[in-house]
Design a protein around this ligand. Structure first.
Ligand code: HEM
Ligand SMILES: [Cu+2]
Length: 549
């Protein structure tokens, strides 16, 4: 049995919904930018009024990679901890709102500098590209706001623990806490480069920047960032989907263990984004690549656990044969269908990730549009479809409405449209990347170079896929608007799965935070200390800022 209330308190619901509104506004604007990008890259369309491709691309990356994700995740997690550990205290909710407003104001400031063309530095804002200081200051507010919300969640968790000594915390409270611990540890890196390097440099207090240090601090953050996006999808898969299909969770302990493994292994691995970077000794790249491959373990644990849940459920409904259970799953229910399709896309996405992380294969795909194809599978399909699937019950739960049959049908269609669009766009990106097409480049035939001409058919396929995807964005926005404002009033369940009877009792060791954070810190120090000292001691003169757009 779950503790706490069954329905998210209306005041907590408002806090969660505020985040979700911002997330979907970001999706609308970011999606429009995406459409413009594929059209430009097809070679058949030019941006009007001298708008730079890189301004659009920065908008797209920031709005979808940073804003949509962070806002949806924090909103969802506030709802999840309120649902499973009880209504937030007034103080926790107050700090949640402080976090929300800091993030929103920060986003507005950053967006302003991007849109006036002062910050076309892409969402990774690598030095020596230099943006207006306002861009970095806005991002700082977003990060600080997210920290405040993280601490609000920690406080809520601590209060629950105090009231329930010796008990295992609810899974959907434990998981958001792990994710916010991960976020807190990794975002210290990006905060360090922004506060100590990029802001002073963009304000002109210092003339030059140590590029390698800045990029290393960025990737210390950038890889765990992808797990910060992914773990909420895993929360939905582990702790919610089993309930939606009418089954039970395979194992609570397995779910917790995989989250702890992600906490430990997703940080000391940033060098796998810097494999072609000079100035880092290959031995340290090797170590970090080995650690990277460790996340295969919790990933496969998750896959195993999900399919065990599905099979257990199907067999309990009388399914026989090796795959008979597949037929028992609720294919007509968008709350299941969208995340399930997301899971399927994770299979090729994960395989591509192994390619990226392997030093030799990375040489082939590095900085090509293959990489963009990869994360449109992982983030823009697996994670995003799972979030859409969650929105289909979360929004009506929080707004006191119900999803109609018609909207559910539209959501199934939306999932199919997204899948078709993404298969076109992402495959085209993968193939063009293998042929050497660079990512982050407006259309060019490079003086009709034969190699560049080879890419054009793929870029046209990419535009076709991207246009279909944009239709998918319009559909999901219609559904979300309906669920938030127009759907019939009523009660919608916030599904939370129970654990199967035959599962082992969950040991308390998973909540030994000193132990797990301790291990994470030790691994970080092992992986980063020596190369980092090396980067500072043997630093080249440093670079002035560049504005290339
Ligand atoms: C209509 C749907 C979408 C289209 C047509 C689209 C298209 C594109 C294209 C063509 C690029 C690469 C451009 C280049 O490197 O020159 C790109 C980059 C990117 N997209 Fe999307 N995308 C879509 C949806 C999404 C979604 C839903 C997300 C995330 C949730 C996302 C996240 C990103 C990110 C983070 C980048 C990297 C930007 C950079 O390299 O600076 N996209 N997208
Ligand atoms: Cu990575």
């Amino acid at each position: 049995m779950m503790n706490g209330t069954w329905k998210v308190d209306a005041r907590d619901g408002k806090l969660a919904m505020a985040h979700i509104y911002v997330a979907f506004v970001a999706l609308a604007l970011g999606g429009l930018a995406g459409l413009l990008q594929v059209l430009v890259r097809s070679g058949k369309f030019e941006l009007p009024a001298g708008i730079s491709y890189y301004t659009i691309l920065t908008t797209h990356g920031v709005l979808l990679g940073l804003v949509l994700t962070t806002f949806f995740i924090i909103g969802f997690q506030f709802a999840a901890v309120s649902r499973t550990a009880g209504t937030l205290s007034d103080r926790v909710r107050f700090w949640g709102w402080v976090g929300f407003w800091l993030m929103t104001i920060g986003t507005a400031i950053t967006a302003f500098y991007i849109l006036i063309g002062e910050a076309s530095v892409l969402y990774t804002f690598y030095a020596p590209l230099q943006a207006h200081a306002g861009f970095y200051i806005g991002l700082t507010l977003v990060v600080v706001g997210s920290w405040i919300s993280g601490f609000a969640m920690f406080a809520h968790y601590a209060k629950w623990k105090k009231a329930h000594p010796g008990q295992v915390s609810p899974l959907l409270t434990f998981m958001p806490v792990v994710n916010m611990v991960l976020w807190l540890i990794c975002s210290l890196g990006v905060a360090a480069t922004v506060l100590f390097q990029l802001i002073p440099w963009s304000l002109g207090y210092v003339d030059r920047i140590n590029v390698l240090v800045s990029r290393t601090l960025f990737w210390y953050f950038g890889h765990p960032l992808v797990y910060f996006w992914l773990l909420p999808a895993y929360m939905i898969w582990y702790a919610i989907i089993p309930k939606i299909i009418g089954g039970k969770m395979f194992s609570d302990s397995l779910a917790r263990m995989s989250f702890i493994l992600f906490l430990i292994f997703s940080i000391p691995v940033g060098f796998h984004h810097q494999l072609v970077e000079p100035g880092i000794d290959p031995a340290w790249k090797y170590l970090q690549v080995v650690l990277t491959f460790m996340v295969v373990i919790p990933s496969l644990m998750t896959a195993f656990s999900m399919f065990a849940t599905f099979e257990m459920y199907g067999r309990s409904k009388g399914a026989t044969g090796l795959f008979g259970w597949l037929r028992k799953l609720p294919w007509g229910d968008a709350r299941f269908f969208a995340p399930f399709i997301g899971m399927l896309f994770f299979i090729p996405a994960g395989a591509g990730g192994l390619v990226n992380a392997s030093h030799q294969l990375n040489q082939v795909v590095h900085n090509t549009i293959w990489v963009t194809g990869h994360f449109h599978l992982t983030l823009a399909t697996t994670v995003v479809l799972t979030f859409f699937g969650a929105a289909y019950w979360l929004i009506p739960h929080l707004t006191g409405r119900v999803m109609t049959k018609a909207m559910n049908r539209l959501a199934i269609i939306q999932t199919i449209v997204w899948s078709i669009g993404m298969i076109f766009m992402s495959s085209a990106m993968h193939f063009a990347g293998l042929l050497g097409a660079p990512r982050r480049s407006a259309f060019s035939t490079y003086g009709d170079a034969p190699q560049a001409l080879e890419w054009i058919p793929y870029q046209i396929a990419q535009a076709v896929g991207g246009t279909i995807l944009f239709i998918g964005i319009i559909l999901v926005l219609i559904i979300v608007t309906n669920l938030a404002f127009f759907a019939p009033k009523g009660e919608t369940e916030f599904p939370v799965a129970e654990v199967a009877e035959q599962a082992e009792r969950t040991p308390l060791v998973f909540e030994n935070w000193k132990l797990w954070i301790g291990i994470a810190v030790v691994l970080i120090l092992i992986a980063y200390t020596v190369p980092f000292i090396d980067m500072i001691q043997n630093a080249p003169p440093g670079s002035k800022g560049f504005k290339l757009w």
